[in-house]
Design a protein around this ligand. Structure first.
Ligand code: E4P
Length: 214
């Protein structure tokens, strides 16, 4: 499973890249608002650090506006993947952009029916938002399972990118289900490697090493 980082903060992206676990980045308007640089500059810098897909989201809500913004975002770097909302207008934009060879990520996906249609429209990725579903007492990971079943049934090429991840179990469950990608907040990347027995074991080894006659 590929691991993307869900942030627009360059320092977090650089740290994850240095760990050797980073395959791509997802941003959204909220994440871009949490860093200092103007958005084009931020995306340009991110694309220099990461070879893989870097998602950047349109803010237009009509198809024509989305397509125009998408083309502008795609001109920033060859690895920009344009996030298009999973709406009726979004389908038109996904179809047009797919025909133009621009990579797309159908975002804000909350149902299997949305996932089916965005795949038919040619989305490169679909982003089921698991944490936001959990937040309203619906099992987010169930949606991921449903999407994978539908895509396997019909051989869709659209990659399943599990988004809105809140904890390490979302990532583990995504991997067990065979999702293509999980986009993970920086904090959760750290949590994935944390184990109390590793810490206790390391402390004991270091203490015992002090007793070794050198
Ligand atoms: C990434 O593609 C999504 O925009 C992001 O994971 C949403 O996360 P949130 O629900 O924690 O805002």
């Amino acid at each position: 499973m590929e691991i993307f980082i869900d942030t627009a903060k360059l320092d977090e992206i650089k740290q994850a890249a240095a760990m050797g676990v980073l395959d791509g980045v997802t941003t959204n308007p909220t994440l871009l608002s949490r860093q200092e640089l103007p958005f084009r500059e931020a995306l340009t810098e991110i694309c220099k650090v990461v070879d893989g897909p870097v998602s950047a989201e349109v803010v237009a809500t009509d198809a024509e506006g989305m397509i125009k913004e998408a083309q502008d975002l795609a001109s920033i770097a060859s690895n920009i993947t344009v996030k298009i909302p999973s709406t009726k207008a979004g389908l038109v934009a996904l179809k047009t952009l797919s025909e133009k060879g621009i990579m797309t990520n159908a975002t804000l996906c909350f149902s299997p029916s949305q996932a089916l249609l965005v795949a038919k429209a040619g989305a490169s990725f679909v982003s089921p938002f698991v944490g936001r579903l959990d937040d309203i007492s619906q099992a987010g990971m169930d949606l991921v399972g449903q999407i994978i079943t539908i895509y396997v049934n019909y051989g869709f090429d659209t990659k399943v990118l599990v988004a809105s991840i809140r904890n390490p179990m979302h990532v583990v469950d995504a991997a067990l289900m065979g999702a293509d990608v999980a986009t993970v907040p920086f904090k959760v990347i750290g949590q994935l490697m944390k184990h109390p027995l590793t810490d206790v074991g390391l402390k004991k080894f270091l203490e015992d090493w002090e007793k070794v006659k050198k």
